[in-house]
Design a protein around this ligand. Structure first.
Ligand code: DGL
Length: 221
């Protein structure tokens, strides 16, 4: 049976895996996390690589047809080295959707909600230079969010203040650049109001997987 592996440091992977289960009902979805060692979001790139490499071993052993790194922090800091170390594995990364946001915005101001290590990464900085050099990108402090969501304390996140700050800038697109935040997308949308688009990547990942599985002739009919 065709298998897709999904990895996140914690609960973020579940939101992506649930969507993939709907999109690929005949494919086995194998989900792993590293909740003991999360959050990854303030770590250095070398630490993030080491933890991710260790945590995905069961997916490599299971010979998944593709492995989704359903973690923006791990993708932006470690996917290049993972691809080098495992050249025959199909890795699909998740990184902040700056490109679609840049095409959608009318005000020229977008917000990216992400962990500190994602925001600092070379890969994210390059994405911003490539797609957002003429835009204003607002990056509110979300450094505690993933941890609170992981421990089931998302009520303690002050979504209201973060989005109020963002709206002061006339942001019209908000990018969810951490898969943990998918779990509070409804709250973010409510605070942002009907004129602000909130982007998350699950469907784009589905489309990418579809083409990889087709290319390798392993997409079930
Ligand atoms: N879910 C991860 C992401 O998409 C981050 C969570 C963490 O800090 O470990 O970036």
């Amino acid at each position: 049976m065709t298998k897709i592996g999904v990895f996140d440091s914690g609960r973020g992977g579940k939101s992506v895996a649930d969507r993939l289960t709907k999109l690929f009902p005949k494919v086995e979805i194998v989900l792993v996390d590293d909740s003991e060692n999360m959050p990854y979001g303030s770590g250095r790139p070398s630490e993030i690589f080491t933890k991710t490499d260790h945590a995905i071993q069961p997916l490599l052993e299971a010979e998944c047809d593709a492995i989704v790194i359903a973690c923006n922090t791990a993708t932006t800091n470690a996917i290049v080295d993972l691809r080098k170390k495992y050249p025959s594995t199909n890795f699909v990364g998740i990184e902040p959707m700056i490109k679609p946001a840049s095409k959608m915005t009318r005000t020229g101001v977008v917000a990216v909600l992400a962990t500190p290590s994602t925001l600092k990464s070379h890969r994210y900085q390059r994405l911003k230079r490539q797609w957002a050099s003429r835009l204003t990108v607002v990056e509110p402090d979300c450094s505690q969010w993933a941890r609170l969501i992981e421990i089931g304390e998302s009520k303690r996140i002050d979504v209201h203040s973060a989005i109020r700050e963002v709206k002061r800038w006339e942001v019209d697109v908000i990018v969810l650049g951490c898969t943990h935040y998918h779990h509070i997308k409804g709250r973010i949308e409510k605070e942002a109001g009907p004129h602000v688009r909130v982007l998350e990547p699950s469907d784009a990942i589905g489309a990418r997987l579809d083409s990889i599985l087709r290319l390798n002739s392993v997409l079930p009919e």
